[in-house]
Design a protein around this ligand. Structure first.
Ligand code: BGC
Length: 725
């Protein structure tokens, strides 16, 4: 039986190197450490990926997150041969990640000139000391031999668009190293510390501890190693912070780390009885969310590829608010608040962007980094036919992101009961977003309505469309939220409201007259004006028309004049606004759009899964749930967009897996004052249990075939299938 907590592979395949870097990722919200081997370097995509720390490499078109030099680098040499898994066939190899406590292990046996040498290594990225990473490295041989060992800081790490660091100086003090760096663009400081314990008689030079070790047959040789990475606010106390970790020691720090993970699981575990595959996949998704959450800062969002590397520039997208935030709202309020505060902190960038495109208010970045200025370029894809940059409209037309943020902010407030966010910049942010939409939309006097023209909806294959249903509904909901937020603030923070000196009459007119596409006579909501006139074909047929692998279907590509969509769009809308549409409308639209959907984005399957669960398509719901929940286990996703590499982990899908379990199968839904549970769990599940933190109260919920058990004390109304108990 597969363990519910262990991700493991007991063989080495060279083509796994890239995939496993993401699959076996460790992280703590401050940094991500890829699942690579200790002896690997840039060629094997080693990365210590830093959250919220960005730079522009020389001659590069875009800024991306910085990968720090690798303080865990270690290689053994026997008879002049490096024991490097990427070049030397092992006798055996296993790689293992324990998601219960965020610990990575490898065990590799090599054979060199008749001697078997086994390396075991254990490492973790500390959940209690965010700057610290630790490694325990063990060697055992079956004959007496002499080996050389090199261990230190490796500067040769993976970079997608060039070098990001100038190396200022290297300090050596006994077995301690410190590497001082600065980023090439803004000269921001980065410090990397490293030390080894248990390696005596080393020559310490060039950031490497070099030792010749006489190994006795069957006697284990072991040393431990600490790395410390510091930038921004953490620079101030870096030296003491690192020394303290070293003083406390490996075992103690490991125990602290394990306890921290225990607490995380205590708040966030979801238990599925009767389905081991689903259990592991869901827990693995939750593991990723917790490994990348900004636990201690409101200065960064969650990158679209987590902390698995620089793909998508380390930037945050709508993925955070619409796919991941619900998980944090219910299990880790602090992280959820940090994420929303980050948007408030980057409001000025959003205002600059609105201005840049001729509007007013706040147009949030499609790809957001530390300032909120948009990291997305206008030419985000390279055409595989001509190798020319291709104009894309993600940046300037995917305006729904500002509405998504407003929606998420309100959802956070009503779920956690923490409305203070509104007076901590939230109401201002909402106002600016609404003003942006007001300046963007077009009033059609003859129809007496506002329309939203020239946008890109979630389905990126159809650019510059008018009245995308998702966008219009999202904006309408955001305006109405703003109106509710105004009332709320008026009531509970009257003094603040008195100082909120804004003219608001236009908001009510905008809300009343904003056009919201409705189902047609067949019950179908048209994705955007004119969608029904496009060629009626399917993703399978388009695939047969491809001339080149990785051809981009958007732009002027294969899908744009057809009804084929990249990802859930109308279905995403039905998923977000559950109560606004009847089951019949949901069914009709699900049946209609599903065959056209490519699921070319990992954000797609969960929307289909959740709506399928709601309308009783349980088998479909299960199929799409497993697709979402196992995306980073199988690694079975698109790796290229045109010639752009987009591999890595998929936090939005990870969030989507949790959303499907909780909102889809458990049927949890919240309004401003109520929480309802209307379950429809898959037939093969005996039970589904989880904890929700709702308005500051803890609810323990267990759903079986015929029962919903709720344990907790609440002040507001909790209903089951709409009925109060
Ligand atoms: C999807 C977007 C998503 C982005 C980052 C794209 O492929 O179409 O919806 O925000 O990836 O995950």
């Amino acid at each position: 039986m597969l363990s519910d907590w262990i991700i493991e592979k007991n063989r080495f395949d060279i083509e796994d190197i890239e995939k496993h870097g993401s699959k076996f990722l460790l992280g703590n919200g401050f940094m991500g450490y890829r699942g690579t081997m200790e002896e690997y370097s840039a060629e094997q995509l080693v990365a210590v990926n830093l959250a919220g720390f960005f730079d522009l490499a020389q001659n590069s078109n875009w800024r991306e997150s910085v990968n720090a030099p690798n303080p865990l680098y270690t290689v053994l040499t026997v008879d002049g041969i490096n024991l490097d898994l990427s070049t030397l066939n092992p006798v055996s190899h296993s790689q293992r990640l324990d998601i219960k406590c965020g610990i990575h292990n490898r065990k590799t046996q090599f054979s060199v000139n008749g001697v078997n040498i086994t390396i075991t290594a254990e490492r973790f990225v500390s959940m209690t000391r965010e700057n610290i990473i630790a490694l325990k490295y063990t060697v055992i041989t079956d004959k007496d031999i002499t080996v050389t060992l090199k261990s230190g800081i490796d500067k040769n790490v993976w970079n997608i668009s060039g070098n990001h660091l100038n190396y200022l100086d290297e300090i050596t003090n006994g077995n301690f190293f410190k590497l001082n760096c600065e980023t090439v663009q803004l000269k921001n400081k980065l410090e990397v510390y490293e030390t080894v314990i248990g390696l005596d008689d080393c020559v310490n030079e060039d950031l490497l501890h070099k030792a010749t070790i006489n190994l006795k047959a069957n006697e284990e040789f072991e040393f431990v190693k600490f790395g410390g990475i510091y930038h921004s606010d953490s620079l101030e106390n870096s030296h003491n912070n690192f020394l303290d970790a070293v003083k406390v020691g490996y075992d103690e720090i490991k125990n602290e780390h394990i306890s921290a993970w225990e607490q995380i699981w205590e708040n966030s575990d979801v238990i599925i009885e009767g389905d081991d595959d689903a259990q592991l996949a869901l827990r693995y998704s939750i593991y990723h969310l917790c490994s990348i959450a900004p636990h201690n800062t409101d200065k960064c969002g969650i990158p679209a590829r987590g902390l698995s590397g620089q793909v998508y520039k380390g930037a945050a997208f709508w993925d955070t608010e619409m796919f991941m935030l619900p998980f944090f709202q219910f299990s880790d309020k602090k992280a959820a608040r940090n994420l929303l505060k980050y948007r408030i902190n980057t409001l000025e960038g959003a205002k600059r962007k609105a201005k840049e495109f001729g509007f007013e208010g706040a147009f949030f970045a499609w790809e957001s980094q530390e300032t909120g200025d948009d990291a997305c370029t206008l030419f985000n894809v390279t055409d595989v036919f001509t190798n020319r940059p291709q104009r894309t409209y993600f940046k300037d037309k995917q305006i729904h992101v500002s509405a998504d943020i407003v929606f998420a902010m309100w959802d956070y407030c009503r779920t956690t009961g923490d409305y203070s966010l509104l007076v901590d910049g939230g109401l201002d942010l909402m106002y600016e977003c609404m003003w942006f939409f007001y300046t963007y939309s077009v009033f059609k006097p003859h129809k007496n309505r506002y329309e939203i023209l020239d946008v890109v909806g979630p389905d990126e294959y159809h650019e510059r469309v008018n009245n995308n249903a998702f966008t219009n509904v999202m904006v309408k909901s955001a305006v109405d939220i703003f109106i509710r937020a105004i009332d709320k603030v008026k009531n509970i923070y009257p003094e603040y409201f008195a100082s909120f000196d804004k003219e608001l009459n236009w908001v009510y007119d905008f809300s009343e007259k904003l056009y919201v596409p409705q189902p047609n006579e067949k019950g179908i909501i048209e994705q955007f004006d004119g969608y029904f006139t496009l060629e009626d074909t399917t993703p399978e047929i388009l695939k047969t028309r491809e001339l080149i692998k990785n051809e981009y279907w958007g732009g002027h590509g294969l899908a744009s004049n057809t009804m084929v969509l990249k990802q859930a769009d109308v279905i995403m809308m039905l998923n977000v606004f559950k109560s606004a549409y009847s089951t019949e409308i949901k069914k009709l639209n699900w049946d209609f759009y599903e065959p056209y959907t490519e699921h070319g984005s990992s954000l797609s399957a969960c929307a289909y899964a959740i709506v399928a669960a709601e309308i009783g398509y349980t088998d479909w719901a299960y199929k799409y749930f497993m697709k979402t929940a196992s995306v980073d286990l199988t690694g079975d996703t698109k790796q290229y967009l045109g010639s752009l590499y987009i591999g890595g982990t998929h936090p939005a899908a990870n969030g989507g897996a949790w959303n499907t379990a909780i909102f889809g199968f458990a049927g949890v839904s919240v309004t401003d004052d109520t929480l309802d549970i209307s379950p429809r769990i898959p037939k093969n599940w005996n039970s589904l249990s989880f904890k929700l933190n709702w308005k500051g109260e803890e609810l323990n919920i267990k759903i079986t075939d015929d029962k919903v058990l709720i344990d907790g004390i609440v002040n507001s109304s909790v209903t089951v299938y709409g009925k109060e108990y």
